[in-house]
Write a protein that binds this ligand. Structure first.
Ligand SMILES: [Zn+2]
Ligand SMILES: [Zn+2]
Length: 349
């Protein structure tokens, strides 16, 4: 956790693409003590036209909207002319997680900018309430099988619903595949894994990586059984999908943390981390254990929402190994007669 001093002095940072695209990185406190970036991007292309784009919109929670407005003011000073939400031509959402799109509730009434999202996260935005219910139910089942007590399960599900209950469904204007994964000078690449409809966005020699690639932390993984097109298998494939661009881009601007100057190195590091975590899980499961046991061994004692994040991360690795036949269920007899309410004990084959 960083000190309040650092948090209050966070300022807009400026970057430029090789062909003169101007980028303003706006820091937002999306949840207490948890920061993310929105990006204001200005491009004037003689052939393709003029673009004033917002990439991601923060959470809409706490100070997030306030920080977005403050960021626009600071960016306006740096630009030398006033730029408001009303001036936006487009809003691109990198992926359907609340810390990246929750702020749309605040932003959209203030602008007629066209809103884009990938096909596989479209339903998250346009049918949010349904998704919330569906995932809560799947999460409950996952937590039972992971070996979580009824009391703790309720606490975790309540936490999940509280943060997510702040957003409502909203219409969108376009999806990336429908427009050929390109809009003016911007190119999109679908990188499912961390989120089903995650895209990275390229402008000239700059890449906006959302949460697909982060510096200093491996992007969160959850088992695919909770949401199709997520999970470690998709994620590891999507790291490879990014290799051709990784050779070409000079600068990677992420959704959190700090920018990445060597994307190829970072892709290697994240791949290595997951492979060594898979080895660790296999080592732990020489003796039978639940996903909760594995989470404890991998991450130690965690609090609040991090309990869920740690369980999902452990679950994603177990799912990957189980699907490939490296694990078996050690308490199959108990499961046969337990009618679904039984914690699964996995074991290395
Ligand atoms: Zn995310
Ligand atoms: Zn995020």
């Amino acid at each position: 956790m960083e000190s309040t001093d650092i948090q209050t002095t966070r300022v807009v940072q400026t970057f430029e693409s090789c062909e003169g695209g101007r980028i303003y990185q706006i820091p937002l406190e999306v949840f207490p003590g948890f920061w993310a970036f929105s990006y204001l991007v200005l491009v004037e292309d003689p052939k393709l036209g003029k673009f004033c784009v917002l990439i991601d919109a923060g959470s809409g929670y706490g100070k997030s909207n306030q920080h977005l407005e403050k960021g626009f003011k600071e960016a306006s000073q740096l630009i030398g002319t006033q730029v408001d939400l009303a001036d936006l031509s487009h809003i691109f959402i990198t992926h359907g997680h609340i810390d990246h799109f929750g702020g749309l509730m605040y932003v959209r009434p203030k602008t007629s900018a066209l809103l884009g999202v990938h096909e596989l996260d479209r339903r998250v935005l346009i049918n949010y309430e349904e998704r919330l219910t569906l995932v809560s139910n799947r999460l409950d089942e996952f937590l039972i099988e992971a070996g979580i007590s009824p009391h703790q399960r309720k606490l975790i599900l309540d936490l999940y619903s509280i943060t997510k209950g702040l957003v409502r469904s909203m219409p969108i204007d376009f999806t990336y595949e429908a427009i050929g994964m390109r809009l003016g000078p911007f190119e999109f690449k679908h990188v499912p894994g961390h989120c089903a409809g995650h895209v990275v966005i390229r402008l000239h020699d700059v890449l906006f990586s959302g949460d697909h690639v982060l510096e200093g932390i491996s992007p969160h993984q959850a088992p695919e059984r909770l949401t199709l097109s997520t999970g470690l298998d998709h994620y590891l494939n999507s790291l490879e999908v990014l290799r051709p661009w990784a050779k070409e881009v000079r600068l990677t601007l992420p959704g959190h943390k700090t920018h990445i100057s060597d994307l190829q190195v970072r892709l290697n590091e994240i791949q290595d981390l997951h492979h060594s975590r898979l080895d660790q899980v296999l080592e732990i499961l020489k003796e039978p254990g639940t996903i909760a046991d594995i989470s404890d061994r991998l991450f130690g004692e965690v609090q609040g929402y991090n309990i869920l994040l740690a369980l999902e991360e452990a679950g994603a690795h177990v799912e990957y190994l189980y699907q490939r036949g490296f694990l078996k269920i050690a308490n199959l007899e108990q499961m046969k007669y337990g009618k679904g309410g039984v914690a699964i004990h996995y074991q290395k084959i």
